[in-house]
Design a protein around this ligand. Sequence first.
Ligand SMILES: Nc1ncnc2c1ncn2[C@@H]1O[C@H](COP(=O)(O)OP(=O)(O)OP(=O)(O)O)[C@@H](O)[C@H]1O
Ligand SMILES: [Mg+2]
Length: 180
Amino acid sequence: MYKAVEVLGLTKWYGSILAVDHLNFEIQEGEIFGFLGPNGAGKTTTIKMLIGLVKPSEGTAKIFGFDIMKEARDAKKNIGIVWEESNIYPELSAWENLMFSGEIYHVGKKERQARATELLEKFGLYDRRNDKVGGFSKGVTYSTTEVGSFVGSSPSPLQAGLLSPARRDVALLAIFTEAL
Ligand SMILES: Nc1ncnc2c1ncn2[C@@H]1O[C@H](COP(=O)(O)OP(=O)(O)OP(=O)(O)O)[C@@H](O)[C@H]1O
Ligand SMILES: [Mg+2]
């Protein structure tokens, strides 16, 4: 069993604001992990550090053993993100979106087709693969977005995504792996 995520003293100062204060936690491969907290607690800042959008002030984290500071490229290859607002293209079909996700992560054609087929079947979306995403319900759009983040990740990926459009006072972030 791998440690999918290991957060080690992760800290972020925005000027004089301490957004994340020496955070430590671990997520095992295959584990579903809910990361909850009140508004302003530092959830988004933490996720942005894990995916390389924000540089930590102190501490680090490892994604499947890859240090986000020293091995940023490998760490990024092993993490996918689904934001609350889906970044999927409504005018394209589900299949076209998935091929695009794979392509921008340099996943070869055969591999991205195989991954997309398997994942669409797993998520019960295969029959809708040629439909435009613009006509999907919110839940199906999210599922398609999640599949897209899997298609774009390494074979043993960590995926970070909102499993449901939880727009409440706390945001639910579920981090899960392909072992689901
Ligand atoms: N770019 C930024 N510049 C300055 N301060 C920031 C910036 N981003 C976040 N902060 C501050 O850092 C703290 C943590 O914010 P963050 O957005 O990480 O919280 P959150 O847990 O995601 O909150 P929410 O539940 O409201 O989404 C807050 O005090 C916020 O105002
Ligand atoms: Mg937030």
